[in-house]
Design a protein around this ligand. Structure first.
Ligand code: KG4
Ligand code: ZN
Length: 339
């Protein structure tokens, strides 16, 4: 098979999105995703329900991805799947499905680390030129907050991570306190546009080095809302935009401070920001302006490849396939798979 026509199927089932994608080399032919709305009822992902939903959705989603790509399933050169990290019951569905399909199609099976895939999504074909190695990557999502030095496609070193909640969780849990729907990140982002980011001050955590912590901020925010609402029961309603803008500003400042330190320590000035929270408009604005002032090159994968998706799994699979890195059928889902 010539290098210019490698077809990769990517399968993602690490959390609450069932997703499948077909790539021709690094170009996306199809990218199908079914977000499990059932979790909204519970204000967060319920692991048992997530795996049951994956079980229902995996066959139709993979089928749809193949049909939408316009290729025949026999043209697929490899099956890439998320081995971890994530929810074990969810990962098991994708892992078993990918194994069976690779046997059925008689093509290599390729395990992918979900966190590596978030970063490698920057290599999906797009209008922007990809970064050169080494670069820094900040992955900020509902499940993870991680700073990484990317030395090569599959040579990554974690230099910072959250010690408790993820940045997306900080958004979602704060939103819950003020009665917003799940996931609250995008809602807070929208409401903040009409608010004053300096209306209220929240204490930022003091964490040494490049690690993050958000649980203290969450507790402080909860106590603040309780106290103000006791004094005025309409506090949330009257000041919603200012509350959102202020908590958002604090979360984003925490992220920005660590990026600045990471650049200082590593002297690497190419930075990729990925994961669901990278869609945040204030984060984008602040980091782009800092980049301009400090001669950093800042890269964002396109938004639909930034949140959980299977095109990022497929592109990582394509890059492994080119280097002949494949997995055998004994590989199993790994909920705590390290980068
Ligand atoms: O990467 P993702 O789709 O899924 C994983 O968690 O892996 O990220 C989802 C997270 C949620 O916590 C959501 O609230 C947050 O990303 N998010 C945002 C925005 N869009 C999504 N947070 C802040 N501002 C946004 N615009
Ligand atoms: Zn993710």
């Amino acid at each position: 098979m010539k290098e210019h026509s490698i077809y990769t199927l990517g399968i993602e089932t690490s959390c609450d999105d069932t997703a499948a994608s077909i790539l021709l080399n690094n170009k996306v032919l199809s990218n199908v995703i079914s977000s499990q709305d059932i979790h909204r009822l519970y204000g967060g992902v319920v692991p048992e329900l997530a795996s049951r939903e994956h079980q229902k959705l995996i066959t139709p989603i993979v089928n749809e991805a193949i049909i939408k790509s316009g290729i025949n399933k026999n043209q697929i050169n490899s099956v890439a799947f998320t081995r971890g990290p994530g929810l074990l019951g969810s990962l098991l569905v994708g892992t078993s499905f990918a194994k069976s399909l690779s046997i059925g199609l008689d093509v290599p099976l390729i395990e992918i680390n979900h966190m590596q895939a978030h970063i490698l999504s920057i290599f999906i074909e797009s209008d922007q030129k990809p970064p050169n190695f080494p670069f820094l990557a900040l992955t900020v999502s509902g499940g993870h907050t991680q700073l990484v030095i990317v030395k090569d496609y599959f040579q990554m070193e974690e230099i910072g991570r959250t010690l408790d909640d993820a940045a997306g969780e900080a958004f979602d849990k704060s939103g819950k306190v003020i009665g917003l729907d799940y996931p609250s990140g995008p809602i807070i982002d929208k409401l903040s546009k009409k608010g004053d980011p300096h209306a209220f001050k929240f204490t930022k955590p003091k964490v040494e080095g490049l690690n993050f912590s958000f649980s203290g901020l969450k507790t402080g925010f909860m106590n603040f809302i309780k106290k103000e609402s006791l004094a005025n029961e309409d506090f949330i309603k009257n000041r919603l935009n200012d509350i959102c803008a202020s908590i958002q500003n604090t979360i984003i400042d925490i992220l920005i401070e660590k990026i600045v330190s990471a650049v200082e320590i590593t002297q690497i000035k190419d930075i990729v920001i990925c994961g669901g929270v990278s869609a945040n408009s204030m984060l984008r604005k602040k980091i782009i302006s800092l980049g301009r002032d400090n001669k950093w090159k800042v890269y964002f994968p396109e938004i639909h490849y930034s949140t959980d998706n299977a095109a990022m799994i497929a592109v990582a699979g394509y890059l492994k396939y080119k280097e002949s890195i494949t997995s055998d059928l004994s590989c199993s889902a790994n909920a705590r798979y390290k980068i």
